[in-house]
Design a protein around this ligand. Structure first.
Ligand code: NAP
Length: 479
């Protein structure tokens, strides 16, 4: 079976219910082989404007639909995503590279947002506030923000899409999505399934192509009332500035530099298990991936040994091979960055325990470097690759200071068996999310997001839908 024959496969953009091709196209590559697997339309500002107009038209009827009808259509989309989960996972692995089992996990995770927000659509409650005078009533309504632009990255081609589109649709908004150029096929397949589920034309548009032209059209348009962006901090900052003239609402899920603190009282085996999950998922290319391990002097060697033993069991190979656990990096730029971080850590005195080099093509060997000094690049910048750098600390205050010594504030992990310390340290860490003796922190039921240079706003949970709602207050007088 080829990619093109997989049931939800689409290679055209979707504007106002029409699947369109462009005069120019962009190649989509399989990072495992370098082969061109598809070509999608290379569209620009004109098509983005058409999509904005289609969204504006479609949203008028959508916002007036009873919540239960919006919920039912989202439930139908959810069912179709699950029904096609193997084909979607195959598409995702082909364009992104992650192992098939991880891709299937991402599809299930992506579907969980559709289900969650289908449920939340029915719980958009208002308020009645006690009024200052007896002949008045104060009502608070929640209304959809309107037309929403969404821009997503390549590392989670399915989940980043549904985490934005599902709450927007549930709230009564219409969306125009610009997916990452590396991974448009998963987004297009999801949009095809939304259409099949009966979600009306114009509510979920997908415009592939030139980021600056499409993004520029989004940012200039007064019709687009909100931008939800997931990607790098540099691009997020630029979009923040571009949002000023039209005062758009923003949700920004940006870069991270997650610390993983292992205290002397930690369960070292559990910490090493968590480290594998928190560091090597998606070959280290997740925004909540551990970027720095901060390990107490007393357990440094034991932790390194336990982690190295587990890393020996990781298998580098194409995502399509059932035994692979580490797929390719997304492109050559990613490989170069990882190589620089490793070379810098070793040059500054870090001890290479395992790995350290490219396996082949875009496949980097899982790498462990002990005794990394705190000023190494790996301790300061997002590596986005399968490299674990271990930094020592000797007391709690020092560990907290080192963990917070970054512009980022997305996720942090803490391993300790001391309940007092667990609460103290979780309280002191300047991060939006904390994994306490737990590395699997992403779930649709919890508010995902960061502080500082990691962004603003939350996705998922009951808070996620509020990002797509405005408050309207009505003062009733003369009663
Ligand atoms: P990126 O370069 O910022 O790209 C993200 C998206 O923005 C892509 O679709 C990209 O399209 C688009 N884009 C780039 N320049 C633009 C512009 N001027 N106007 C409009 N859109 C523009 O980030 P990436 O390298 O793909 O993703 C990795 C980053 O995302 C990492 O820093 C990671 O931590 C972060 N991330 C964060 C989260 C989170 O939830 N916090 C989740 C996943 C990833 P083009 O590629 O065509 O330019």
């Amino acid at each position: 079976m080829t990619l093109q024959t997989l049931p939800p496969y689409r290679d055209r953009a979707l504007i106002g219910g029409e699947w369109i091709s462009g005069t120019a196209t962009t190649d989509v590559h399989d990072p495992a082989t370098g082969a061109i697997i598809a070509q999608v339309p290379a569209l620009g500002a004109e098509e983005a404007d058409r999509a904005i107009a289609a969204a504006e038209r479609a949203q008028i009827a959508w916002r007036a639909r009873p919540a239960i009808e919006r919920a039912d259509l989202l439930h139908a989309w959810h069912a179709l995503v699950l029904c096609h989960k193997d084909a979607l996972a195959a598409i995702l692995t082909a364009e992104q590279g992650k192992p098939l089992a991880e891709a299937a996990g991402e599809i299930a995770y992506a579907a969980s947002f559709v289900r969650w927000f289908a449920e939340e659509a029915r719980r958009i409650d208002g308020e009645i506030i006690p009024a200052p005078r007896s002949n008045q009533r104060v009502l608070v309504w929640k209304e959809p923000v309107g037309v929403v632009a969404a821009i997503t990255p390549w590392n989670f081609p399915a989940a980043m899409v549904t985490r934005k589109v599902a709450p927007a649709l549930a709230a009564g908004c219409a969306v125009i999505l610009k997916p990452a150029p590396e991974t448009p096929l998963t987004a297009l397949a999801l949009a095809g399934l939304a259409e099949e589920a009966g979600i009306p034309a114009g509510l979920f548009n997908v415009v592939t192509g030139d980021a600056q032209a499409i993004g520029g059209a989004f940012m200039k348009s007064p019709v687009v009332r909100k931008l939800s962006f997931t990607g790098s901090t540099a691009v997020g900052q630029m979009l923040y500035a571009q949002a000023a003239p039209t005062l758009k609402r923003l949700s920004l899920e940006l870069g991270g530099n997650a610390p993983f603190l292992v205290f002397e009282d930690a369960d070292i085996e559990a910490a090493a298990d968590g480290a594998i999950l928190g560091k090597f998922r998606n070959a280290g290319q997740t925004c909540v991936c551990v970027n720095r391990f901060l390990v107490h002097d007393k357990v440094h060697d034991a932790f390194v040994e336990a982690l190295a033993a587990r890393m020996d069991r990781l298998v580098v190979g194409p995502g399509t091979h059932p035994q692979s656990t580490i797929g390719p990096l997304i492109n050559q730029r990613a490989v170069t960055k990882v190589e620089q971080h490793v070379a810098d850590a070793v040059a500054r005195g870090g001890k290479l325990v395992t790995g350290g080099a490219l396996d082949h093509d875009l496949f980097f060997t899982p790498t462990l470097i002990a005794d990394v000094p705190a000023d190494a690049i790996i301790a300061r910048e997002e590596t986005f690759g399968p490299v674990a750098g271990i930094i020592r600390f000797s007391d709690e205050a020092d560990a907290i200071r080192m963990a917070n010594d970054t512009e980022f504030g997305l996720a942090a992990y803490v391993y300790t068996r001391d309940i007092g310390r667990a609460m103290r340290v979780s309280g002191a860490l300047e991060y939006g999310m904390i994994g306490l003796n737990e590395a699997a922190i992403s779930t649709e039921v919890a508010p995902f997001g960061g502080i500082k240079a990691s962004g603003q706003g939350r996705e998922g949970s009951r808070h996620g839908i509020q990002e797509y709602l405005e408050l309207k207050y009505v003062m009733m007088g003369g009663l």
